[in-house]
Design a protein around this ligand. Structure first.
Ligand code: PBG
Ligand code: ZN
Length: 335
């Protein structure tokens, strides 16, 4: 019997023409592998205690600090756009060495949660940033003892902050101080206080990144001395990032986060391949500012670049994305 000759060129040009699948918009739509939905997005909100009216943040065009009285209108708009989750950042009037205003039951974040819960019930997922840097007089994410950040004292304080947020009605608390054992401390404290159902989103692999600069302007939270490199990750270390993710998982984290997003898509992808825990990517203030600045100069098209960046974050493997573009992106998706 004659052997069939396998034509090795059947799987290459000219039999194969990849451009056949790009001929029209409708065909391209059919082939689109990654689709964004407003439900993928988490919209950050800065709420400032004692503020009279909404204030534009200079280094973050179209993003504002807002007073408590403007919060309901803002979240109404966010939900109208189809987004169902927000992350709250509080800017308190009082700062001190112990970050007391961070776990005060009448604090700005706690009041914001209560208000939103009363207004929107369970329709909005309320995530809160759990850190001390906006609340300490020195601007560090932890408590300082002898000029050093004291890990174990800090995680006790973070646990108190998380419980106060849970008591006010938060769905998900997100510890961002990069202290060792912070997830475990929060889980134990939440469970002991009767909040076993409150989830923890760990800022697991949070890099010491200059891309946080606009946020620190916005939140008045730049450290007064030194920098954050004794707790945030060196951005050169991918294996260490995976250990941070592993330890958070071992401590019972419900969602892991990688932050910033665009320069760290390798970490998002690796996490996607190595764990089944849901992954959040936080596209930070500096990533936002870069796009905005170039768009304002007329050097790039804002909507197209925004769409490309956010799509790439999802394509790399993020289940959810925190982005300051959330509202604009959702608006564009609804057209
Ligand atoms: C607080 C916190 C920061 C960000 C999120 N939570 C600032 C920091 O670590 O200095 C940065 C977010 C952004 O740049 O958008 N620890
Ligand atoms: Zn912090």
């Amino acid at each position: 019997m004659k052997k069939t000759k396998i034509n090795s060129s059947i799987n290459s040009f000219p039999n194969v023409r990849l451009r056949r699948l790009r001929t029209t918009g409708a065909v391209r739509d059919l082939l689109q592998e990654t689709r964004l939905s407003p439900k993928d997005l988490i919209s950050p909100i800065f709420v400032q205690e004692g503020l009279k009216k909404t204030q534009q943040i200079p280094s973050m065009p179209d993003i504002q600090r807002m007073p408590l009285s403007k919060l309901v209108v803002e979240v109404d708009r966010i939900m109208e756009l189809g987004i169902s989750a927000i992350i709250l950042f509080g800017l308190p009037l009082q700062k001190d060495a112990n970050a007391k205003s961070a776990f005060d039951g009448g604090g700005i974040v706690q009041k914001s949660i209560e208000l939103l819960r009363k207004q929107f019930g369970s329709k909005v997922a309320i995530i809160t940033d759990v850190c001390l840097c906006q609340y300490t007089s020195h601007g560090h994410c932890g408590l300082v003892v002898n000029k050093k950040i004291d890990n174990d004292k800090t995680i006790d304080a973070l646990a108190k902050v998380a419980v106060s947020h849970a008591r006010a009605g938060a769905d998900i608390v997100a510890p961002s101080a990069m202290m060792d054992g912070q997830v475990q401390a929060l889980r134990t404290a939440l469970d002991n206080a009767g909040f076993a159902e409150v989830a923890i989103m760990g800022y697991s692999a949070k890099q010491a990144s200059p891309l946080y600069a606009p946020f620190r302007d916005a939140a008045y939270s730049a450290p007064e001395f030194g920098d954050r490199r004794t707790y945030q990750m060196p951005f050169s270390n991918a294996r260490e990032a995976m250990r941070e993710i592993e330890t958070d998982i071992a401590e019972g984290v419900d969602i892991v986060m990688i932050k910033p997003a665009i320069p760290y898509l390798d970490l998002v992808y690796t996490a996607r391949q190595t764990t089944y825990v849901p992954i959040c990517a936080y596209s930070v203030s500096g990533e936002y500012a870069l796009i905005k600045a170039a768009a304002i100069k007329g050097w790039i098209d804002e909507n197209s670049v925004m769409t490309e960046f956010i799509t790439s974050i999802k394509r790399a493997g993020a289940n959810m994305i925190i982005t300051y573009h959330a509202k604009k992106m959702a608006e564009l998706l609804s057209r």
